[in-house]
Structure formats: structure tokens, C-alpha cells
Write a new protein. Structure first.
Length: 243
């Protein structure tokens, strides 16, 4: 694949143009950031591990009828993806109270939600990615009401599929973040990545509250063994995917 101009340098990925205007190349980096990039570091092999995890999960979701931007994994840390216009919204789906939901609501960490909830955050570094209501989204014309309804539905569908898949891996899907993009025809495609950077995953094989964390919270909270946790998630996903 012929690499073109660097189009976007994100915190964990770099996107390059290719000779085909409809195809981009995503390069997964080992760099990690948290708290709106106030905390920075690297996680050994994260690029390759997250690329493998995201590829497997996107293929799984495609097999369940979810349209994604993924074309194929081309090297250990690179994927070709369809060029889309990313909607400036982070779609967060939660099954269990953790992170900002605990801070916002006072619910105890680990409280099971009676039903999954979907939240939208405005992707805007300068503002620290604030929680947005439907009214805020309409005000800034970030998505139409129809698109918003579709994003909610897609978020919950992806949640159903991922919960089932991760359960096979003895992993509990606490919460996760999705991003979506629009293709030339205006179709909504699942974009960005799904990985331990973007999900909270708790190990069902232990009840120890710090051992069970197999995601970026290990980095955020300096729990140690970050790379090993990511590796463990990859190993379990690949085993489940092989079945
Ligand atoms: O921090 P918070 O509890 O709102 O995060 C909810 C979920 O969304 C977590 O799984 C977190 O890893 C993910 N997230 C993300 N990127 C962000 C914010 C949150 O992947 N910018």
C-alpha cells in the first residue's frame, strides 16, 4: 500500500491517505494518554495488540450486521479503513457504574445498571469533551435527530454483541466508547477502534478489585502490569475468535 499524506495524528493512532481517495491507512501507536492528555506514556506493544483486538472485534461486529469502516488488517499494527467523515461525538455505552458515571451520579463503583445507558460527549479537546444532551447536539448541529436515534440504536446493538462476545472470554464489559463516521452516501459506519483503550473490561476469573481491571484504567490509575493486561485481553479474544 502506497502511503500518502499524514491526514490526522491522534493520541493513539495516525491516519494516512493512500493512492485510493476512499481508503485510509490507520497506524496504531504504543502511545497512551489519559485525562484529556494530561497524563502521557507508552504501553509496550499496545499498537500491535490494539490493532489485533480492534480488527477481531470489528470483524465480529460486521458478521453481526454492523457496518464498520474496517477493510482489512495489513500489517501487525496497520489497518486499511474506509474514508469517512467522523461525527464529533463520542458515544459511550454503560452496563456497570464506573469512571465518570460514578463521579457524576454518586453511584457506587460496580453498581449494575438495570439497563444499559447511552451518553454522548462532544469531541472537543479545548472543552475537555463535555457530556452533551440532545439539545446541545441539535444546537451545534452535530447530528440530525434521525442520526442521533440511529447512534443510540447502534450503540445498544454493539453493546449486545460485545457483551456476548466478551462473556465468552470471561470478561465483563463495564462500559465503552464508540465513534461513528459518515461515508459518501451518508451511511453511518462504526469507526475508530474498540480496544482496552476504549473499553472497561473486568476479569471474571478474579474478584480482586484491582486485579480484575484489564483495560486502560490500569494506566490511568497506575495499577501496574498495563501491557500484560492488554496482552491477556488479546489472547482471550483471539482464542474466542478462533472458535
Ligand atoms: O471516563 P468515562 O467513565 O466517561 O469513560 C467511559 C468509557 O469510555 C470508558 O470505557 C473509557 O475508556 C471510554 N472513553 C474513551 N475515550 C474518551 C473517554 C472515555 O475511550 N475520550
Amino acid at each position: 500500500i502506497q502511503l500518502g499524506a499524514q491526514l490526522y495524528a491522534g493520541k493513539a493512532k495516525i491516519l494516512y491517505a493512500t493512492s485510493d481517495p476512499n481508503v485510509l491507512l490507520a497506524y496504531y501507536k504504543d502511545d497512551a494518554t489519559a485525562f484529556n492528555a494530561q497524563k502521557r506514556g507508552t504501553i509496550a506493544n499496545k499498537g500491535e495488540v490494539n490493532c489485533a483486538i480492534a480488527t477481531n472485534l470489528f470483524k465480529y461486529l460486521e458478521s453481526k450486521g454492523i457496518a464498520t469502516h474496517l477493510i482489512e488488517q495489513v500489517t501487525t499494527d496497520r489497518q486499511t479503513i474506509k474514508a469517512v467523515k467522523i461525527l464529533p461525538l463520542e458515544v459511550v455505552v454503560r452496563n456497570i457504574a464506573a469512571g465518570s458515571l460514578v463521579k457524576r451520579t454518586g453511584l457506587e463503583l460496580g453498581t449494575k445498571l438495570n439497563q444499559a445507558i447511552v451518553e454522548f460527549y462532544y469531541k472537543k479537546d479545548e472543552l475537555g469533551d463535555p457530556l452533551f444532551t440532545d439539545a446541545h447536539i441539535a444546537l451545534l448541529e452535530l447530528a440530525t435527530p434521525e442520526q442521533l436515534q440511529q447512534l443510540r440504536k447502534l450503540g445498544l446493538e454493539v453493546n449486545q454483541h460485545l457483551q456476548a462476545f466478551f462473556n465468552q472470554c470471561d470478561l465483563t464489559l463495564v462500559d465503552f466508547k464508540l465513534e461513528f463516521g459518515l461515508d459518501q452516501q451518508g451511511n453511518i459506519l462504526l469507526a475508530d477502534e474498540i480496544s482496552p483503550d476504549t473499553c472497561r473490561l473486568w476479569d471474571q476469573r478474579t474478584d480482586n478489585p484491582s486485579d480484575r481491571v484489564l483495560d486502560k484504567d490500569r494506566f490511568r490509575q497506575d495499577l501496574g502490569n498495563v501491557a500484560a493486561a492488554y496482552q491477556e485481553v488479546m489472547t482471550r479474544i483471539q482464542a474466542a475468535f478462533a472458535n
